[in-house]
Design a protein around this ligand. Structure first.
Ligand SMILES: Cc1ncc(COP(=O)(O)O)c(C=O)c1O
Length: 457
């Protein structure tokens, strides 16, 4: 028993020391994957009948496992959609775990859900959606999009109850995130993907609906506009799409999982006009609102539609409908029952720093994209594929093949300098491999960008 306590103390010290060191490290090791065979060789079997002890397990994590994983907040990690959680949010993520609170029902999580809801109220206020709109924190954009689609589909079915369970159609554009198509599969819906990676307009949507056969058109239960495409930061014509959806009583969902943070940035806020008319909106705090993984959010104009779709029934759950403990139950508004109060790290960080600091950090990401645009155009070897949008920059290394982009990415990653991945750009002339930056971390510098461009020479 005495040994167990000592091990606990040692392990706790190691964990806290690592956490503090990592949180205060502004230039962490980038990390590079190893094969499962290599890791097996280095780590061996860790799950044993007697346990290997906290100190040993932690040493393996610190010295081997985490080094074979990428630090998503590295200032020169500009691939995919990186992340950059605030120190306050990361520390509070530890507190959220330590507090051990069940976040599904007000009965168990009232105080923590109250705090989450204050952060949620701020998110809702950014969208400009009307009074009564509200949302919940989810595991990410995929779950938020799925929860919204289920709510939309159930609403559509409720409009024509005699029709039986028809297969629905979701309309989005080719620029929509892959999770839209993946989640449509989950609910067995079809996706009509409009062939444009550029801004989807209301007119394009109207023409598409007008061109559909009536029985097909009747199956359309949602249109998904994107508030910042993942590939290039394009914001669809949300106001135009909202007009068409309201004319035809079709649920309008905006996927702003990546771009939603920019709602807090005055320099680009006007690009999102029309989002306030959405029926539902996805915003991922773990992308551009500086929360640790995982934290997404889905907001509904009429939360009762989400409750009708998602509230679970079960004899042991009935107690939670008791008047005495009635409050806001996050489980009623998305697909998950037992849940971490994952909005708490965002709440704490917002409460500590104030929303103005968030605005500044997001504006910095947009500024970094325009700095990158300038540097790209100034270099003989590179050119922009399109003007930077939000914090995304799509550009070309003149004369490079797909293999050269791949080798460049690997060389920078392997050396621990940077992780910048190529992407595909679909031009009318065909698909082309190009390079892409996505800026989230406000600590990325102009020198970082210049240094990366230098590696393309
Ligand atoms: C626009 C958009 N929607 C949805 C998602 C999926 O979000 P998550 O990975 O949090 O599930 C992403 C992820 O990059 C995204 O950019």
């Amino acid at each position: 028993m005495h040994n167990v306590d000592l091990d606990l103390v040692e392990m706790s010290l190691d964990v806290i020391k690592f956490a503090i060191g990592r949180i205060s490290d502004t230039d962490p090791q980038l990390g590079f994957p190893k094969t499962a065979a290599e890791l097996s060789e280095l780590v061996g079997e860790t799950i044993t009948e007697k346990g290997i002890g906290g100190e040993r397990a932690f040493a393996l994590f610190r010295d081997v496992l985490v080094k074979a994983s990428v630090a998503i907040d590295h200032p020169r990690h500009l691939a995919f959609v990186p992340a950059s959680p605030t120190r306050a949010a990361v520390l509070f993520d530890l507190v959220t775990s330590a507090a051990s609170v069940h976040g599904a029902f007000w009965l168990e999580g009232a105080g923590c859900i109250f705090a989450e809801n204050q952060a949620m109220s701020w998110l809702v206020s950014l969208t400009g959606m009307p009074d009564g709109s509200f949302g919940v924190f989810t595991s990410g954009g995929t779950e938020a999009n799925l929860s919204a689609m289920v709510a939309a589909r159930e609403y559509w079915r409720s409009l024509s109850p005699g029709m039986g369970p028809r297969r629905g159609i979701v309309i989005a554009s080719d620029g929509a995130h892959s999770s839209v198509r993946a989640m449509a599969k989950v609910i067995d819906a079809d996706v009509l993907s409009l062939p444009t990676e550029d801004r989807l307009t209301g007119q394009h949507l109207r023409d598409t609906l007008d061109g559909m056969a009536p029985d097909e058109r009747e199956r359309v239960f949602a249109v998904i506009g994107t508030g910042g495409t993942t590939n290039s930061g394009i914001i669809d014509d949300l106001a135009g799409i909202a007009d068409v959806c309201s004319e035809r009583d079709i649920w309008f969902h905006v996927d702003a999982a990546y771009g939603g943070g920019a709602l807090a940035a005055p320099s680009v806020r006007h690009l999102f006009n029309g989002i306030e008319r959405a029926d539902s909106v996805t915003i991922d705090p773990h992308k551009w609102l500086f929360s640790p993984y995982d934290c997404g959010a889905v907001i509904y104009r009429r939360p009762e539609h989400a409750r009708n779709a998602h509230a679970q029934e079960g004899s042991y759950l009935d107690i939670f409908n008791d008047e005495a403990i009635r409050g806001f139950n996050p489980a009623d508004y998305q697909i998950q029952l037992t849940r971490r109060v994952r909005g708490l790290p965002l709440w704490f960080s917002l409460a500590m720093h104030g929303t103005h600091r968030y605005t500044q950090a997001i504006e910095r990401g947009i500024e970094l994209a325009s700095i990158a645009g300038r540097l790209i155009m100034a270099s003989e070897h590179t050119e922009l594929v399109r003007d930077p949008s939000l914090s995304c920059v799509v550009f070309r290394r003149i004369g490079w093949s797909a293999e050269q982009y791949r080798d460049w990415t690997l060389a920078n990653h392997k050396s621990g300098f940077a992780l910048v991945a190529p992407t595909k750009w679909r031009a009318p002339s065909g698909s082309e491999t190009v390079a892409r930056f996505c800026f989230i971390n406000p600590d990325t510098t102009e020198e970082d960008i210049a240094g990366i461009l230098e590696t393309m020479k």
